[in-house]
Design a protein around this ligand. Structure first.
Ligand SMILES: NC(=O)c1ccc[n+]([C@@H]2O[C@H](COP(=O)([O-])OP(=O)(O)OC[C@H]3O[C@@H](n4cnc5c(N)ncnc54)[C@H](OP(=O)(O)O)[C@@H]3O)[C@@H](O)[C@H]2O)c1
Length: 210
């Protein structure tokens, strides 16, 4: 079976695809521009067209053979957050469940349930993410909601802290590490957590969610 990464050409999505392929998983890299489908890949993954603004019928075909989804997408234009990050993701979740997907890893955003700590320009995106996160728990799939703070392009440090409201940033490389480790760690199933750079090895931190 295959893991579909939505937003696979984004800064985090690329790293998630690479990490999953390196671990030997079958990966479909979800891209949302037709011209990207045939782009060559040296990462051992298939490119599959998938757009969060599609109708459910179109999405259903893209979930063929998929048992796990990692959603690493985000609307480029914040004015599209309700359409893409809320409505599109909610449609994708329910369609995935009907199509036989059993596991969904959702990359959300730290502070979505504490809007008073967020800058004003992020509020609509945060609200869209929060609503999608809440819906995920009702789909019947096994789910994990990962909420990172500000993302950087620093190299992987491999160490994190969970649920520390004061923690400041996380590298996308470490976020990809948290995503792939979550797929191996049962303690992350049906859990929502914030994660930032910190003192604990990723696998140790995730195991503490039990
Ligand atoms: N940036 C931060 O500091 C930060 C902080 C907290 C949480 N996050 C979350 O972390 C995740 C990764 O962030 P990032 O900055 O690494 O990502 P990113 O580089 O902004 O990539 C987002 C990806 O989503 C794709 N996308 C946009 N609209 C789509 C649609 N309608 N259907 C399918 N895919 C679509 C984009 O494709 P195109 O480029 O082709 O449009 C892109 O590949 C996101 O969920 C984001 O909300 C980010």
């Amino acid at each position: 079976m295959t893991t579909l990464v939505i937003g696979a050409l984004g800064a985090t999505g690329r790293l998630v695809v690479e990490a999953l392929a390196a671990a030997g998983s079958s990966v479909a890299a979800g891209v949302h521009h037709p011209r990207q489908v045939n782009a060559s890949s040296d990462r051992g993954s298939e490119h599959r067209l998938f757009d969060l603004t599609w109708e459910a019928e179109e999405m259903e075909k893209a979930f063929s053979g998929v048992d796990t989804v990692v959603n690493a997408a985000a609307a480029r234009d914040i004015s599209q957050a309700a359409r893409v990050d809320r409505d599109g993701v909610i449609t994708a979740m329910s369609t995935a469940q009907r199509a036989g997907v059993t596991r969904w890893i959702q990359i959300s955003m730290a502070g979505v349930d504490r809007p008073e700590v967020l800058p004003g320009f992020l509020l609509s995106a945060a609200e869209a993410k929060r609503e999608a996160d809440e819906r995920l728990a009702t789909t019947g799939m096994e789910w994990t909601v990962i909420r990172p703070p500000w993302l950087t392009d620093a190299p992987a440090g491999g160490r994190v802290v969970l649920n520390d409201a004061g923690a400041g940033s996380l590298s996308r490389a470490d976020l990809a590490g948290v995503v792939t480790a979550s797929l191996q760690e049962p303690a992350t199933i049906n859990r929502t957590f914030e994660v930032a750079s910190g003192p604990l090895p990723i696998n140790v931190a995730l195991a503490q969610l039990l």
